[in-house]
Write a protein that binds this ligand. Structure first.
Ligand code: BTN
Length: 129
């Protein structure tokens, strides 16, 4: 079984696309996220992400990872954690869970500020987004 490679273009079941760039020496990576949906009516903008892979190198066959998306169009932050799985045919799947924290005007609104969910990403053929 070949190890899972996080680098490349991925799409989830909502139709959101993300590009993950090559791993740094220490197992950190960056990329960009184009969400298909948003909590606000503001125009969606492609937004940067920063992540870490565990174990850091290419040793892990099915590594875990986390990344944070810094939305460019909302006062919210999303963190994803997940694991990359490779099936017998070599098909890779990213199984993730996320927390979305929205900005609220006051502490009285904190109760509704965080949402949680899961996303499954599959690899897209490498072409321009
Ligand atoms: C916002 O509306 O506050 C920013 C965009 C949030 C998009 C969320 S992040 C979790 C879920 N998965 C996606 O691909 N998009 C939504």
């Amino acid at each position: 079984l070949r190890p899972c490679d996080l680098q490349g273009l991925w799409r989830n079941e909502l139709g959101s696309n993300m590009t993950l760039l090559a791993l740094d020496m220490d197992g950190t990576f960056s990329g960009s996220y184009h969400t298909a949906v948003a909590a606000t009516d503001k125009q969606i903008l492609v937004s940067p992400l920063q992540g870490v892979l565990q174990p850091p190198g290419t040793k892990g066959q099915q590594p875990t990872f986390g990344f944070t998306v810094q939305w460019q169009f909302a006062d919210s932050t999303t963190v994803f954690v997940g694991q990359c799985f490779v099936d017998r045919r070599g098909k890779e799947t990213l199984e993730t869970a996320w927390l979305l924290r929205e900005g609220v005007p006051s502490r009285r609104d904190v109760w509704k500020a965080t949402s949680v969910g899961t996303n499954v990403f599959t690899r897209l053929p490498n072409k321009m987004e």
